[in-house]
Every structure is written in C-alpha cells, then in structure tokens.
Design a protein around this ligand. Structure first.
Ligand SMILES: [Zn+2]
Length: 450
C-alpha cells in the first residue's frame, strides 16, 4: 500500500522577498572578510547581496534583528543516507546496521523513500544544516530515485542526490545505469537547477572481503558512466581492518580524482592519504557513525595535514540517532586533539570551517555556499545566545562547536528563503511528516515480515 502523504508541502518556487539581517555577530568564514561584530547581511533574489555594517534595507525588505545572535553560514553535510531515517536508532535490532539495512531496505517503496528523506530534511533544516549530500543506496527503480529528489526539492535545501544501487544488491549486478542516464537527461524536470544536483553513489570494488567483491567489469562500467555524464562520484572506504587497501586499489587503477569523494577512510595508510591528496579526492568524515559502528577513529588531523579536502557528515541516523552537526563538530575536534595528544591540534574555528566552507569546497560547491560572501547563495543560520546552555557570546566559533545545539538555532535561511524562524520550522510541517513517517515505518516492517 502506498504511503499516504498528510504533511503540507511548501511552495519553493515562489518569489523570495529581500531580507536584511541586522546587527549580529557575523562569522563569515570568508578568509578575506573575517568576523564582523554588529554586522548585517543583505539578501536579494536568494543570493547574498552585501555583507558589512550599517547596510540599509531596500523597499519591501523584511528586517531580521540579529542582536544577541551569531550569524554563520548554513552547515554543510557531505554524506548522509537520508532515505533510511525511517529506521532511526534501530541498528541494534539488525543485529547491526548493515544487516538491518539489507533486511528492511528491499521493503521500501518510493513513498517510504520520500517520507524518510523528507523527515531527514526537516531535521537538517531545524538543526541548521542547509546543504546535504544524499547518498541514496536504495534506488530500487526510477520511482525511488524520483521520490528522493522530490523530497529534497520540496524541502528547499541545497542538495546533491547521489544515485546508487538498491539495498541488498547482488555483487554481480550493476546499478540501473539506464535509469541514471534518463534521470540525468531529465533532471530539470525533477529538481530545480542550481539547488539540487545529481551524483553517483558507487559501491566501488567492494573492498577486500571476497563476499563483498564487485567484478571489475561492473564497477568500471558504473564509474565510466558517471564520468561520461560528468557526474561527481562518491564511494565508501570502510573499516575495519579487512577493508584496508581499498584506497590504494583505486589509486593504483588510476580511478581517484577530484570528482571522486571517499567516505570514512579510517583505515587509510599514510601512503593512501598521500594518494588521496595527490589525486585531489575529498574525504567525508562521519565521526559519530564511525565510532558507533566500530570503524575506529577518524583520521581528520592527518588528512588535513596532507592537504586532503575534508568535509563532515551525518552518515545515517540509524546509527547516530540524530543529525546534530554541532555535536559532529565537537566530537571531530575532540577526537583530533585526543589522537594528536594536543589541545591545539584542531581549533574550533578550523572545525567550524570543516562544517561550512571546507565542506562546501569538498563537494565542489565552494563558489556557491559555505561562507557569508556577496554573490554566493543565501544559506545562513542565526544562532541565539539566549539559551541556558549559552547565555553570552564569548568566542563565537568556539561556542558554535562546543556549546551550541540545534535548539539554539533561531532562524535558518536556505537559498534566500526563511525555513525556520523563532525556533520553529516555517516551511515544513514537522508534525505531519512525523505522522507520515510512523505510518511508512509500520508498512516497511509489515512487508519485511512478509
Ligand atoms: Zn555511509
């Protein structure tokens, strides 16, 4: 039975009135501008028109008082399986994340992909995340991919939808490449250009475990298709130790490159980190899922020292429970300092950069988002210092990384549109989405029991 959608869907195609954000502490994350205490941001036609002090509001502009608030770029997630948000905090039932996804993934219809993805988008926007990289590894047919894209589009956030294979896909079966070609040709019919892009979520060679190995003829054909279409590609290089050598295998085959993002890389050797840097491949680090699934410690400090572009990620709320990017930043900094045995190995400001401008650059979106810079799209957050867990503004970057929580996010603007105001979602109906999600999960569980 298809999922009945009861939540109200916003219109993201309407005009975007100008906005003036006035008098906040601006963490622009633009190295040429730096911080601006008591600063203003002018937003026009969905873009940042000016950043400075004493800006005047054009006629018809809504003025948002940012007094007592930290104004920062919207946070950037670089790898997240949004579809399986329906299975939040269920990994121990599997038993384990991978078994759970293999068991329940095949029971997902397009409506379940839609509902799970929309729930994830609602959480993202509420938490201050305005860009997501949707790593969709449950494309069971064209309708599944279109459902994921529809949810991202309706949520109005910035996204890359990386088209993948179906959950529990046999190793000797390629993903639906004809479907990918059709979607690529018709993308404008499914997603607003400039806001939601397309990529490929690739299995790669499947690691060194023989049970997971994908024949070369298949993984080569998949990668060749993505590159022929000019699509960015993303691949997991997971631990634990059994999967070591995945990155070297990609490098030795000449398959790394600036268009290929590697996820996790916890077990990369020093030589492999050098190969990633030389090839310009970015790495997405998802510290909470890596800790909870037992992959070991992130290699953030070593990756950065080698010059590898790094972004932070949620990965999956099946393991992590929530998509709190403030917590992701805090644990990223803590682990990097712990591994280095140095309080100053990774500063809060650099950690915040990983969740904003560096994350955007690692996705190839550095000219579009990730900093408060005139000409970029207007993705930004206003964090109120009024909560009991904040109280005052001391070191703003340090506060966002170690003290702030999603509940402190007062206002979120995505592509120039207000999607959260005074602490509540304005564009998405969180209650209705939750109702749909519970119904969808019931259906998935019933069908999986057969
Ligand atoms: Zn993942």
């Amino acid at each position: 039975m298809p999922v009945k959608v009861t939540s109200t869907i916003p219109d993201v195609t309407g005009p975007k009135p100008p906005l003036l954000i006035r008098g906040g502490y601006l963490l622009t994350m633009d190295p040429g501008t730096g911080d601006i205490p008591g600063g203003d941001v002018l937003v026009s036609d969905g873009a940042i028109a000016a950043v400075g002090t004493g800006l005047s509001a054009p006629a018809g502009a809504a003025v948002l008082d940012a007094g007592g608030m930290i104004v920062a770029p919207g946070l950037v997630d670089t790898h997240w399986h949004l579809w399986n948000t329906l299975l939040r905090s269920m990994s121990e039932r599997g038993p384990g994340y991978f078994r759970l996804v293999r068991a329940l993934g095949p029971a997902f219809g397009p409506g379940d992909i839609y509902t799970g993805t929309l729930l994830a988008c609602a959480e993202a926007l509420s938490s201050g995340i305005t860009t997501v990289h949707d790593w969709c590894h449950n494309v069971r047919g064209p309708a599944h991919a279109e459902a994921g894209l529809r949810a991202l589009t309706q949520a109005g956030l910035r996204a890359r939808f990386s088209y993948g294979y179906p959950a529990a896909c046999p190793n000797d079966q390629a993903m639906d490449l004809a479907g990918l070609r059709r979607l690529h040709a018709d993308l404008a019919g499914h997603a607003p250009p400039g806001l939601v892009g397309l990529g490929m979520a690739w299995r790669g060679a499947g690691g060194s475990d023989p049970a997971m190995r994908v024949p070369a003829a298949i993984y080569r054909r998949e990668l060749d298709t993505a590159r022929e279409l000019g699509l960015p590609v993303t691949v997991h290089a997971c631990g634990p130790r059994a999967a070591a050598g995945q990155i070297a295998a990609l490098a030795d085959a000449g398959l790394l490159g600036p268009d290929l993002q590697v996820v996790h890389a916890n077990w990369a050797t020093a030589a492999e980190i050098g190969q990633l840097a030389a090839a310009g491949s970015a790495v997405s680090v998802s510290p909470y899922s890596e800790l909870l699934v037992g992959y070991g410690l992130p290699r953030t400090g070593e990756l950065l020292a080698a010059g590898v572009p790094v972004g932070l990620s949620v990965d999956t709320t099946v393991l992590t429970g929530n998509a709190d990017m403030f917590a992701v930043m805090k644990v990223t900094q803590g682990l990097a300092n712990a591994v280095a045995e140095d309080e100053f190995a990774l500063t809060a400001r650099r950690t915040l950069a990983l969740a904003t401008i560096d994350g955007a650059r690692s996705l190839g979106l550095g000219a579009v988002t990730g900093s408060l810079t005139a000409g970029k799209r207007a993705d930004l957050i206003l964090v109120s210092a009024a909560g009991a867990n904040l109280g005052m503004v001391t070191d703003p970057a340090h506060m966002l990384v170690t003290a702030a929580q999603p509940a402190n996010v007062d206002t979120v603007i995505a592509d120039g549109r207000i999607v959260k105001r005074h602490g509540a979602l304005t564009a998405l109906d969180a209650e209705g989405i939750g109702r749909d999600a519970r119904q969808a999960l019931d259906g998935v569980l019933a069908r999986s029991r057969g």
